[in-house]
Design a protein around this ligand. Sequence first.
Ligand code: TNX
Length: 431
Amino acid sequence: MGVTVIPQPRRVVEGDGRRTLTPAIRSIAAGHDPEGYVLEIDEHGIRIEASDEAGLFYGEQTLRQLETDGTVPYVRIDDAPRFAYRGAMLDVARHFLPVEAVQRYIDDIALLKLNHLHLHLTDDQGWRLKIPGWPELTGIGASTQVGGGGGGYYTAHDYERIVEYGASRFVTIVPEIDMPGHTNAAIAAYPELGDSPADPYEGIEVGFSSLAIGSERTYDFIADVTAAVAALTPGPYLHLGGDESHATSEDDYLAFAERATAIAARTGKTIIAWHELGRSRALPHGTVGQYWGFVEPQDGSDALARSFVEQGGRLILSPADAIYLDMKYEENGELGLVWANGPTTLERSYSWEPLEVVPGLAEHDILGVEAPLWTETVTHIREAEYLAFPRIASAAEIGWSPRDGRTFEDFARRVLAFSDLLERLRIPYGP
Ligand code: TNX
Protein backbone atom coordinates (compact mmCIF):
# COMPACT_ATOMS: atom_id res chain seq x y z
CA MET A 1 0.00 0.00 0.00
CA GLY A 2 2.86 2.37 0.81
CA VAL A 3 3.06 5.11 3.39
CA THR A 4 0.14 7.50 3.01
CA VAL A 5 0.98 10.93 4.35
CA ILE A 6 -0.23 14.36 3.19
CA PRO A 7 1.74 16.43 2.39
CA GLN A 8 4.07 13.88 0.83
CA PRO A 9 7.36 13.82 2.78
CA ARG A 10 10.64 14.61 1.09
CA ARG A 11 12.15 11.15 1.64
CA VAL A 12 10.56 7.92 2.86
CA VAL A 13 12.29 4.59 3.44
CA GLU A 14 9.84 1.90 4.38
CA GLY A 15 10.78 -0.92 6.74
CA ASP A 16 9.23 -4.32 7.16
CA GLY A 17 6.86 -4.54 10.10
CA ARG A 18 4.60 -2.51 12.38
CA ARG A 19 4.46 -1.62 16.04
CA THR A 20 1.98 -0.25 18.53
CA LEU A 21 1.71 3.54 18.50
CA THR A 22 3.33 4.84 21.68
CA PRO A 23 4.49 8.39 22.45
CA ALA A 24 7.50 9.37 20.36
CA ILE A 25 10.86 10.15 21.92
CA ARG A 26 11.50 13.72 20.82
CA SER A 27 14.85 15.41 20.58
CA ILE A 28 16.16 18.72 19.38
CA ALA A 29 19.47 18.54 17.51
CA ALA A 30 21.27 20.81 15.08
CA GLY A 31 21.48 19.97 11.42
CA HIS A 32 17.88 19.79 10.29
CA ASP A 33 16.22 22.31 7.98
CA PRO A 34 13.84 24.84 9.57
CA GLU A 35 10.54 23.07 10.38
CA GLY A 36 12.06 19.80 9.16
CA TYR A 37 12.29 16.54 11.09
CA VAL A 38 13.38 12.94 10.94
CA LEU A 39 10.87 10.35 12.13
CA GLU A 40 12.11 6.82 12.73
CA ILE A 41 9.89 3.91 13.63
CA ASP A 42 11.48 0.49 14.15
CA GLU A 43 11.70 -2.36 16.63
CA HIS A 44 13.50 -0.08 19.10
CA GLY A 45 10.83 2.58 19.23
CA ILE A 46 9.49 5.80 17.74
CA ARG A 47 11.82 8.79 17.56
CA ILE A 48 11.43 12.31 16.20
CA GLU A 49 14.43 14.59 15.82
CA ALA A 50 14.34 18.21 14.63
CA SER A 51 16.23 21.47 15.00
CA ASP A 52 13.17 23.39 16.17
CA GLU A 53 9.90 22.80 18.01
CA ALA A 54 7.91 23.22 14.80
CA GLY A 55 9.83 20.31 13.28
CA LEU A 56 8.98 18.10 16.25
CA PHE A 57 5.33 19.13 15.89
CA TYR A 58 5.33 18.22 12.19
CA GLY A 59 6.90 14.87 12.99
CA GLU A 60 3.95 14.29 15.33
CA GLN A 61 1.47 15.25 12.59
CA THR A 62 3.05 12.70 10.27
CA LEU A 63 2.83 10.10 13.02
CA ARG A 64 -0.89 10.80 13.45
CA GLN A 65 -1.44 10.15 9.77
CA LEU A 66 0.55 6.91 9.81
CA GLU A 67 -1.58 5.28 12.48
CA THR A 68 -4.18 2.62 11.68
CA ASP A 69 -5.87 0.56 14.38
CA GLY A 70 -3.37 1.70 16.98
CA THR A 71 -0.28 0.63 15.02
CA VAL A 72 2.27 2.41 12.82
CA PRO A 73 4.59 1.07 10.10
CA TYR A 74 8.36 0.78 10.38
CA VAL A 75 9.66 3.71 8.42
CA ARG A 76 12.33 6.40 8.24
CA ILE A 77 11.03 9.78 7.07
CA ASP A 78 13.33 12.70 6.40
CA ASP A 79 11.21 15.73 5.76
CA ALA A 80 11.22 19.52 5.42
CA PRO A 81 9.00 22.07 3.67
CA ARG A 82 9.60 23.55 0.24
CA PHE A 83 8.12 26.96 1.16
CA ALA A 84 8.25 28.92 4.42
CA TYR A 85 4.70 30.28 4.08
CA ARG A 86 1.97 27.68 3.89
CA GLY A 87 -1.35 29.29 4.56
CA ALA A 88 -5.09 29.14 4.74
CA MET A 89 -7.46 32.09 4.86
CA LEU A 90 -10.82 32.39 6.58
CA ASP A 91 -13.19 35.22 5.71
CA VAL A 92 -14.83 36.07 9.03
CA ALA A 93 -16.30 39.27 7.58
CA ARG A 94 -18.99 37.95 5.20
CA HIS A 95 -20.14 35.59 7.92
CA PHE A 96 -18.73 35.96 11.40
CA LEU A 97 -17.14 32.85 12.91
CA PRO A 98 -16.68 32.69 16.69
CA VAL A 99 -13.33 32.09 18.40
CA GLU A 100 -13.98 28.37 18.89
CA ALA A 101 -14.69 27.92 15.19
CA VAL A 102 -11.44 29.61 14.23
CA GLN A 103 -9.58 27.47 16.75
CA ARG A 104 -11.10 24.38 15.21
CA TYR A 105 -9.89 25.48 11.79
CA ILE A 106 -6.42 26.02 13.24
CA ASP A 107 -6.43 22.39 14.40
CA ASP A 108 -7.59 21.31 10.96
CA ILE A 109 -4.87 23.11 9.04
CA ALA A 110 -2.07 22.23 11.48
CA LEU A 111 -2.71 18.58 10.68
CA LEU A 112 -1.59 19.39 7.12
CA LYS A 113 1.51 21.30 8.31
CA LEU A 114 0.10 24.66 7.24
CA ASN A 115 1.68 27.40 9.33
CA HIS A 116 -0.23 30.63 8.64
CA LEU A 117 -3.89 31.51 9.09
CA HIS A 118 -4.88 34.72 7.34
CA LEU A 119 -8.04 36.23 8.82
CA HIS A 120 -10.01 38.50 6.49
CA LEU A 121 -11.31 40.69 9.32
CA THR A 122 -13.12 43.49 7.50
CA ASP A 123 -15.27 43.89 4.43
CA ASP A 124 -18.37 45.66 3.15
CA GLN A 125 -20.60 43.38 5.22
CA GLY A 126 -18.84 43.62 8.57
CA TRP A 127 -15.94 44.83 10.71
CA ARG A 128 -14.84 42.07 13.09
CA LEU A 129 -12.12 43.41 15.41
CA LYS A 130 -12.61 45.96 18.18
CA ILE A 131 -10.32 48.98 17.72
CA PRO A 132 -9.61 51.36 20.64
CA GLY A 133 -10.98 54.86 19.99
CA TRP A 134 -13.26 53.70 17.15
CA PRO A 135 -16.14 52.00 18.99
CA GLU A 136 -18.66 52.17 16.15
CA LEU A 137 -16.48 50.01 13.87
CA THR A 138 -17.73 47.11 15.93
CA GLY A 139 -20.85 48.91 17.23
CA ILE A 140 -22.54 49.62 13.91
CA GLY A 141 -19.94 47.96 11.68
CA ALA A 142 -20.15 44.46 13.19
CA SER A 143 -23.93 44.26 13.42
CA THR A 144 -24.38 42.86 9.93
CA GLN A 145 -23.29 39.94 7.74
CA VAL A 146 -24.31 38.43 4.42
CA GLY A 147 -27.99 37.57 4.46
CA GLY A 148 -28.63 39.16 7.87
CA GLY A 149 -28.79 37.39 11.19
CA GLY A 150 -26.48 39.28 13.45
CA GLY A 151 -22.78 39.42 12.71
CA GLY A 152 -20.30 39.66 15.56
CA TYR A 153 -16.74 40.68 16.35
CA TYR A 154 -13.64 39.82 18.35
CA THR A 155 -12.54 41.77 21.39
CA ALA A 156 -8.79 42.12 21.91
CA HIS A 157 -9.03 39.24 24.37
CA ASP A 158 -10.85 37.04 21.83
CA TYR A 159 -8.23 37.84 19.26
CA GLU A 160 -5.44 36.98 21.69
CA ARG A 161 -7.07 33.62 22.30
CA ILE A 162 -6.93 32.94 18.58
CA VAL A 163 -3.30 34.08 18.34
CA GLU A 164 -2.27 31.92 21.31
CA TYR A 165 -4.10 28.88 20.06
CA GLY A 166 -2.40 29.30 16.72
CA ALA A 167 1.03 29.67 18.33
CA SER A 168 0.57 26.42 20.24
CA ARG A 169 0.15 24.70 16.87
CA PHE A 170 2.84 26.70 15.05
CA VAL A 171 0.22 28.68 13.13
CA THR A 172 0.92 32.41 12.78
CA ILE A 173 -2.15 34.63 12.47
CA VAL A 174 -2.05 37.12 9.58
CA PRO A 175 -4.66 39.86 10.11
CA GLU A 176 -6.17 41.58 7.08
CA ILE A 177 -7.80 45.00 7.16
CA ASP A 178 -9.07 45.40 3.59
CA MET A 179 -8.70 48.92 2.09
CA PRO A 180 -9.50 51.20 0.30
CA GLY A 181 -12.40 49.19 -1.19
CA HIS A 182 -14.39 46.61 0.77
CA THR A 183 -14.90 49.30 3.41
CA ASN A 184 -18.68 49.78 3.51
CA ALA A 185 -18.94 48.57 7.12
CA ALA A 186 -16.34 51.09 8.29
CA ILE A 187 -18.03 53.91 6.37
CA ALA A 188 -21.46 52.93 7.72
CA ALA A 189 -19.92 53.28 11.19
CA TYR A 190 -18.00 56.52 10.47
CA PRO A 191 -19.48 58.36 7.46
CA GLU A 192 -16.54 60.78 7.34
CA LEU A 193 -14.35 57.87 6.18
CA GLY A 194 -16.19 57.84 2.86
CA ASP A 195 -17.03 60.39 0.20
CA SER A 196 -20.70 59.83 0.97
CA PRO A 197 -22.54 58.12 3.85
CA ALA A 198 -23.29 54.39 3.65
CA ASP A 199 -25.88 52.04 5.05
CA PRO A 200 -25.00 48.72 6.65
CA TYR A 201 -24.91 46.09 3.91
CA GLU A 202 -25.86 42.41 3.81
CA GLY A 203 -25.55 41.62 0.10
CA ILE A 204 -22.82 39.81 -1.82
CA GLU A 205 -21.86 42.16 -4.66
CA VAL A 206 -18.65 44.10 -4.01
CA GLY A 207 -16.58 46.88 -5.56
CA PHE A 208 -18.82 49.83 -4.63
CA SER A 209 -17.15 51.23 -1.52
CA SER A 210 -14.02 53.34 -1.09
CA LEU A 211 -12.37 55.23 1.71
CA ALA A 212 -12.18 58.99 1.12
CA ILE A 213 -8.67 59.22 -0.32
CA GLY A 214 -8.30 63.01 0.01
CA SER A 215 -9.35 63.24 3.65
CA GLU A 216 -6.82 63.43 6.51
CA ARG A 217 -9.29 61.62 8.75
CA THR A 218 -8.79 58.53 6.56
CA TYR A 219 -5.08 58.46 7.41
CA ASP A 220 -5.74 58.95 11.15
CA PHE A 221 -8.01 55.95 10.86
CA ILE A 222 -5.39 53.88 9.03
CA ALA A 223 -2.73 54.84 11.59
CA ASP A 224 -4.95 53.93 14.54
CA VAL A 225 -6.18 50.68 13.02
CA THR A 226 -2.80 49.40 11.84
CA ALA A 227 -1.20 50.30 15.20
CA ALA A 228 -3.95 48.48 17.11
CA VAL A 229 -3.83 45.40 14.90
CA ALA A 230 -0.02 45.29 14.97
CA ALA A 231 -0.06 45.51 18.77
CA LEU A 232 -2.25 42.40 18.89
CA THR A 233 -0.12 40.55 16.35
CA PRO A 234 3.14 38.85 17.36
CA GLY A 235 3.57 37.54 13.79
CA PRO A 236 5.54 39.51 11.20
CA TYR A 237 2.75 40.27 8.71
CA LEU A 238 -0.05 42.80 8.33
CA HIS A 239 -2.35 42.39 5.30
CA LEU A 240 -3.79 45.60 3.86
CA GLY A 241 -6.09 44.13 1.20
CA GLY A 242 -6.17 46.46 -1.80
CA ASP A 243 -8.34 44.21 -4.01
CA GLU A 244 -11.31 45.13 -6.20
CA SER A 245 -11.29 48.86 -5.42
CA HIS A 246 -13.54 49.60 -8.38
CA ALA A 247 -14.95 52.74 -6.77
CA THR A 248 -11.50 54.33 -6.34
CA SER A 249 -10.03 56.26 -9.29
CA GLU A 250 -6.58 55.24 -10.52
CA ASP A 251 -4.95 58.43 -9.20
CA ASP A 252 -6.64 58.01 -5.85
CA TYR A 253 -5.69 54.36 -5.66
CA LEU A 254 -2.02 55.15 -6.26
CA ALA A 255 -2.05 57.99 -3.73
CA PHE A 256 -3.71 55.69 -1.21
CA ALA A 257 -1.28 52.83 -1.87
CA GLU A 258 1.78 54.95 -1.20
CA ARG A 259 0.48 56.66 1.89
CA ALA A 260 -1.35 53.75 3.53
CA THR A 261 1.56 51.35 3.12
CA ALA A 262 3.97 53.94 4.53
CA ILE A 263 1.75 54.38 7.58
CA ALA A 264 1.34 50.63 8.05
CA ALA A 265 5.09 50.07 7.64
CA ARG A 266 5.66 52.26 10.72
CA THR A 267 4.27 49.41 12.82
CA GLY A 268 7.38 47.43 11.88
CA LYS A 269 5.32 44.71 10.21
CA THR A 270 5.89 43.38 6.70
CA ILE A 271 2.94 44.35 4.58
CA ILE A 272 1.03 41.86 2.47
CA ALA A 273 -1.50 43.00 -0.14
CA TRP A 274 -3.59 41.44 -2.91
CA HIS A 275 -1.87 41.65 -6.28
CA GLU A 276 -3.78 44.78 -7.39
CA LEU A 277 -1.58 46.83 -5.06
CA GLY A 278 1.25 46.05 -7.48
CA ARG A 279 -0.21 48.92 -9.55
CA SER A 280 1.81 51.11 -7.20
CA ARG A 281 5.54 51.59 -7.73
CA ALA A 282 5.92 53.24 -4.34
CA LEU A 283 5.52 50.25 -2.04
CA PRO A 284 7.75 49.79 1.00
CA HIS A 285 10.68 47.53 0.12
CA GLY A 286 9.79 43.90 0.72
CA THR A 287 6.02 44.23 0.53
CA VAL A 288 4.56 40.79 -0.15
CA GLY A 289 2.01 40.33 -2.95
CA GLN A 290 -0.78 37.78 -2.83
CA TYR A 291 -1.71 36.61 -6.32
CA TRP A 292 -5.34 35.57 -6.72
CA GLY A 293 -5.55 35.48 -10.51
CA PHE A 294 -5.89 32.25 -12.44
CA VAL A 295 -3.26 29.56 -12.95
CA GLU A 296 -3.00 31.02 -16.47
CA PRO A 297 -2.83 34.76 -15.71
CA GLN A 298 -5.29 37.06 -17.45
CA ASP A 299 -5.51 40.83 -17.91
CA GLY A 300 -1.99 41.54 -16.71
CA SER A 301 -2.48 40.11 -13.22
CA ASP A 302 0.93 38.45 -13.56
CA ALA A 303 2.60 41.83 -14.20
CA LEU A 304 0.95 43.24 -11.07
CA ALA A 305 2.23 40.27 -9.08
CA ARG A 306 5.73 40.65 -10.53
CA SER A 307 5.73 44.30 -9.46
CA PHE A 308 6.07 43.18 -5.82
CA VAL A 309 9.15 41.13 -6.67
CA GLU A 310 10.58 44.07 -8.62
CA GLN A 311 10.13 46.14 -5.45
CA GLY A 312 12.08 43.71 -3.30
CA GLY A 313 9.16 41.60 -2.14
CA ARG A 314 8.00 38.04 -2.62
CA LEU A 315 4.75 36.38 -3.61
CA ILE A 316 2.12 34.23 -1.99
CA LEU A 317 0.24 32.24 -4.62
CA SER A 318 -3.50 31.73 -4.27
CA PRO A 319 -4.65 30.99 -7.82
CA ALA A 320 -8.43 31.33 -7.62
CA ASP A 321 -9.30 28.68 -10.22
CA ALA A 322 -7.26 26.10 -8.30
CA ILE A 323 -7.33 26.73 -4.57
CA TYR A 324 -10.20 29.09 -3.82
CA LEU A 325 -11.87 26.76 -1.38
CA ASP A 326 -15.16 28.63 -1.68
CA MET A 327 -15.67 27.37 -5.24
CA LYS A 328 -18.32 24.68 -5.62
CA TYR A 329 -17.09 21.11 -6.05
CA GLU A 330 -19.72 20.32 -8.64
CA GLU A 331 -22.42 22.07 -10.62
CA ASN A 332 -25.27 21.07 -8.31
CA GLY A 333 -23.36 21.69 -5.06
CA GLU A 334 -25.32 23.65 -2.47
CA LEU A 335 -22.41 25.56 -0.98
CA GLY A 336 -19.99 27.80 -2.77
CA LEU A 337 -19.56 30.09 -5.76
CA VAL A 338 -18.44 29.39 -9.34
CA TRP A 339 -16.94 32.63 -10.67
CA ALA A 340 -13.33 31.36 -10.76
CA ASN A 341 -13.88 28.77 -13.49
CA GLY A 342 -15.78 26.73 -10.92
CA PRO A 343 -16.81 24.12 -10.09
CA THR A 344 -13.32 23.17 -8.89
CA THR A 345 -12.52 19.49 -8.59
CA LEU A 346 -9.89 17.98 -6.32
CA GLU A 347 -7.86 17.23 -9.42
CA ARG A 348 -7.84 20.87 -10.54
CA SER A 349 -6.95 22.04 -7.03
CA TYR A 350 -3.87 19.80 -7.23
CA SER A 351 -2.80 20.27 -10.83
CA TRP A 352 -0.62 23.38 -10.77
CA GLU A 353 2.93 24.32 -9.90
CA PRO A 354 3.84 27.58 -8.08
CA LEU A 355 6.77 28.39 -10.36
CA GLU A 356 4.64 28.08 -13.48
CA VAL A 357 1.96 30.66 -12.65
CA VAL A 358 3.66 34.07 -12.86
CA PRO A 359 6.35 33.95 -15.56
CA GLY A 360 9.85 35.16 -14.80
CA LEU A 361 10.11 34.19 -11.13
CA ALA A 362 12.73 32.14 -9.33
CA GLU A 363 11.99 29.75 -6.46
CA HIS A 364 13.22 32.32 -3.96
CA ASP A 365 10.66 34.89 -5.19
CA ILE A 366 7.86 32.71 -3.91
CA LEU A 367 7.20 33.01 -0.20
CA GLY A 368 4.57 30.33 -0.36
CA VAL A 369 1.05 29.19 -1.06
CA GLU A 370 -2.29 30.05 0.56
CA ALA A 371 -5.78 28.59 0.15
CA PRO A 372 -8.48 31.21 0.86
CA LEU A 373 -12.01 30.41 1.94
CA TRP A 374 -14.48 33.24 1.39
CA THR A 375 -17.72 32.89 3.30
CA GLU A 376 -20.48 34.45 1.23
CA THR A 377 -22.27 31.06 1.27
CA VAL A 378 -20.71 29.66 4.45
CA THR A 379 -22.45 30.27 7.78
CA HIS A 380 -20.83 27.66 10.03
CA ILE A 381 -17.39 26.14 10.52
CA ARG A 382 -18.67 22.71 9.44
CA GLU A 383 -19.63 24.15 6.07
CA ALA A 384 -16.19 25.73 5.84
CA GLU A 385 -14.58 22.37 6.57
CA TYR A 386 -16.74 20.64 3.98
CA LEU A 387 -15.58 23.07 1.29
CA ALA A 388 -11.98 23.03 2.50
CA PHE A 389 -11.40 19.27 2.75
CA PRO A 390 -10.00 17.60 0.80
CA ARG A 391 -8.99 20.43 -1.56
CA ILE A 392 -6.97 22.20 1.13
CA ALA A 393 -4.72 19.14 1.15
CA SER A 394 -3.71 20.07 -2.41
CA ALA A 395 -2.53 23.49 -1.26
CA ALA A 396 -0.71 21.94 1.69
CA GLU A 397 1.12 19.46 -0.51
CA ILE A 398 2.00 22.03 -3.16
CA GLY A 399 3.37 24.28 -0.42
CA TRP A 400 5.33 21.57 1.40
CA SER A 401 6.40 18.74 -0.88
CA PRO A 402 9.24 18.73 -3.40
CA ARG A 403 8.25 19.81 -6.89
CA ASP A 404 9.37 16.62 -8.61
CA GLY A 405 7.47 13.40 -8.46
CA ARG A 406 4.06 14.74 -7.49
CA THR A 407 1.24 13.01 -9.37
CA PHE A 408 -2.49 13.40 -8.93
CA GLU A 409 -2.96 9.66 -9.07
CA ASP A 410 -0.72 9.10 -6.08
CA PHE A 411 -2.22 12.09 -4.24
CA ALA A 412 -5.77 10.79 -4.81
CA ARG A 413 -4.76 7.45 -3.30
CA ARG A 414 -3.37 9.18 -0.21
CA VAL A 415 -6.46 11.41 0.08
CA LEU A 416 -8.54 8.26 0.34
CA ALA A 417 -6.50 7.08 3.32
CA PHE A 418 -6.55 10.59 4.81
CA SER A 419 -10.36 10.62 4.73
CA ASP A 420 -10.37 7.88 7.37
CA LEU A 421 -8.54 10.25 9.68
CA LEU A 422 -10.98 13.06 8.81
CA GLU A 423 -13.82 10.79 9.81
CA ARG A 424 -12.18 9.90 13.10
CA LEU A 425 -11.66 13.60 13.77
CA ARG A 426 -15.23 14.34 12.65
CA ILE A 427 -14.08 16.82 10.04
CA PRO A 428 -16.65 17.04 7.25
CA TYR A 429 -15.25 16.76 3.74
CA GLY A 430 -16.51 17.08 0.20
CA PRO A 431 -16.51 14.72 -2.80
C1 TNX B 1 -12.94 37.80 -4.81
S1 TNX B 1 -10.19 37.33 -3.91
C2 TNX B 1 -12.65 38.55 -3.69
C3 TNX B 1 -13.50 38.42 -2.50
C4 TNX B 1 -14.65 37.49 -2.71
C5 TNX B 1 -14.18 36.27 -3.49
C6 TNX B 1 -15.22 35.22 -3.66
C7 TNX B 1 -10.31 38.74 -3.54
C8 TNX B 1 -9.07 39.37 -3.22
N1 TNX B 1 -11.52 39.31 -3.55
O1 TNX B 1 -13.95 39.68 -2.10
O2 TNX B 1 -15.14 37.10 -1.48
O3 TNX B 1 -13.75 36.71 -4.75
O4 TNX B 1 -14.69 34.07 -4.23
